[in-house]
Design a protein around this ligand. Structure first.
Ligand code: SF4
Length: 150
């Protein structure tokens, strides 16, 4: 069973109320078993919601309590991001997911890069909070851009 970011399959759970529907992901999953989740909604955030970024570091550091997640109004939303990651992990465990395909660049789902916490569109290497927690629990996480290297 593969866990997939819900927005990649057209669910309108993105911060701006839209989605990141991706045909390659859809085709890849055609003959496979999968389940979808949106960590930010599972963390109790509304849709639409203000966009958020991890301050300086990345998802692993959020889990360790070394940094926080803020939205573009400078509100600390760390607890919601952690809760979303924990609830997503519960789903992954319930369905015995060994792999996940998550949306690149997201402060929850990013697998290689995220935005740098300045809300200026600058990217940095690092992972989102949910990706970090899933990887810490032995789940292989790739992004929608890495289907060919699976
Ligand atoms: Fe998509 Fe993940 Fe953001 Fe939800 S939290 S909208 S699944 S990238």
């Amino acid at each position: 069973m593969i866990l997939v970011s819900a927005c990649l399959l057209g669910i309108n759970c993105k911060y701006n109320g839209e989605n990141n529907k991706n045909e390659e992901v859809e085709n890849f999953l055609k003959d496979k078993k999968f389940i979808i989740a949106c960590p930010e909604q599972l963390g109790g955030m509304t849709t639409p919601r203000e966009p958020s970024e991890i301050v300086r570091l990345d998802g692993y550091d959020v889990i360790k309590g070394k940094t926080s997640v803020i939205n573009n109004q400078r509100l600390d939303v760390t607890k919601k991001f952690k809760k979303g990651a924990e609830e997503t992990l519960k789903i992954a465990k319930l369905y015995n997911c060994k792999e996940a395909i998550l949306k690149e660049g997201s402060p929850s789902c990013g697998t290689n890069y995220i935005y740098d916490g300045t809300f200026t569109g600058k990217k940095k290497n690092g992972v989102g909070v949910t990706t970090a927690l899933l990887r810490e629990n032995g789940i292989k996480v790739i992004s929608e851009k890495e289907l060919d290297v699976k």
